[in-house]
Design a protein around this ligand. Structure first.
Ligand code: NAP
Length: 287
């Protein structure tokens, strides 16, 4: 399959490598070309315009930061002009209403659109074990299954466009809730002089435990947030998207509203591009 992948940030790079290794023919475009160049080493073609990547592609995979980035890369006159007959598979995390609006523009240009946001990060992308949630038709799901199965053991059709976007936000709300709750309890335990291993041993045996705690613990203990899997900036984006959608449904969102300023302060500390575990610096600042 010939694939154009637009956006080789943290996750886009890992997905491009995985798709190429799985035998697809991948051409990538990234706004900052230099970040994509290392992909040439695994046989991936790097181009400097999105239209060049899309020209001969069976489908266009989007791994861009947000809806604004999608507008800047895909919904330009030059890109829209060659979308006729092509399928766009949007894999970043955006809101339901954003996904529906992008679908409308792609279809107006004669293209096809489905969404396939993912849960998991760089390790899972490289191993082909992402959890891929598809919003689209059954026909699209079947047509693009060979591609999706290169990234996921069991891609899942959630419903029409928009449903997978909402589901992805619901899951990312849990990321924000879990890391902020874990950071706060860890901070208390450390300041109260309870051994961290005792805390973790009890927690691991309990129904409260989440694997994410063990994954993030080394970063929190060493206060090292470099080489991020997922940035603080993007977690804040997802919190804001969730709040907007949930408020529309008249849900009470005060717990998540409390996490938002914690993320904002973490970004103000210069940790926006670091791993989101960096919110520990705001929850439990160095004394
Ligand atoms: N990282 C993860 O573990 C993970 C997991 C699941 C979902 N996601 C979602 O997947 C998406 C990508 O995540 P990521 O971690 O790969 O993010 P990232 O490293 O920040 O990469 C973002 C990509 O978007 C491009 N971009 C941003 N603004 C742009 C603009 N205005 N015009 C053109 N291009 C623009 C960047 O280009 P430059 O390189 O030129 O800046 C880069 O290619 C996000 O929606 C994120 O929430 C990430």
């Amino acid at each position: 399959m010939t694939i154009a992948l637009l956006g080789t940030g943290l996750l886009g790079r890992a997905i491009a490598e995985r798709l190429q290794l799985a035998g697809h023919c991948v051409t990538v475009y990234n706004r900052t070309t230099a970040k994509a160049i290392p992909l040439q080493a695994c046989g991936i073609t790097v181009v400097t315009r999105p239209e060049q990547a899309m020209a001969h592609a069976d489908c266009v995979v989007l791994m861009l930061a947000d809806a604004a980035a999608i507008h800047a890369v895909l919904l330009t006159e030059a890109s829209l002009a060659i979308l006729r007959g092509k399928t766009v598979i949007q894999m970043g995390t955006i809101a339901q209403e954003e996904s529906l609006a992008i679908q409308a523009e792609v279809e107006r240009a004669g293209g096809f659109y489905c969404e396939a946001p993912v849960l998991g990060s760089l390790t899972e992308a490289k191993a082909g074990t992402l959890l891929v949630m598809v919003g689209g038709t059954k026909r699209q799901f079947n047509e693009w299954s060979p591609l999706l199965r290169s990234l996921s053991r069991k891609p899942c059709l959630i419903g029409p466009v928009g449903k997978a976007a909402s589901l992805k936000l619901a899951l990312n709300q849990l990321i924000a809730a879990e890391i902020s709750a874990f950071a706060l309890s860890l901070g208390l335990v450390q300041r109260a002089g309870v051994p961290v291993e005792t805390f973790m041993a009890i927690l691991r045996e309990s129904a409260l435990f989440a694997e994410a705690f063990d994954k993030k613990l080394p970063r929190l203990l060493t206060r090292d947030y470099h080489h991020p899997n997922f940035s603080t900036r993007h977690l804040l984006k997802d919190v804001e998207l969730f709040l907007k959608e949930a408020t529309g449904y008249k849900l009470t969102t005060r717990s998540l509203e409390g996490i938002k300023p914690v993320l904002e302060e973490t970004i103000a500390r210069g940790l926006g591009e670091d791993d989101y575990a960096a919110l520990y610096e705001t929850v439990n600042p160095k004394t």
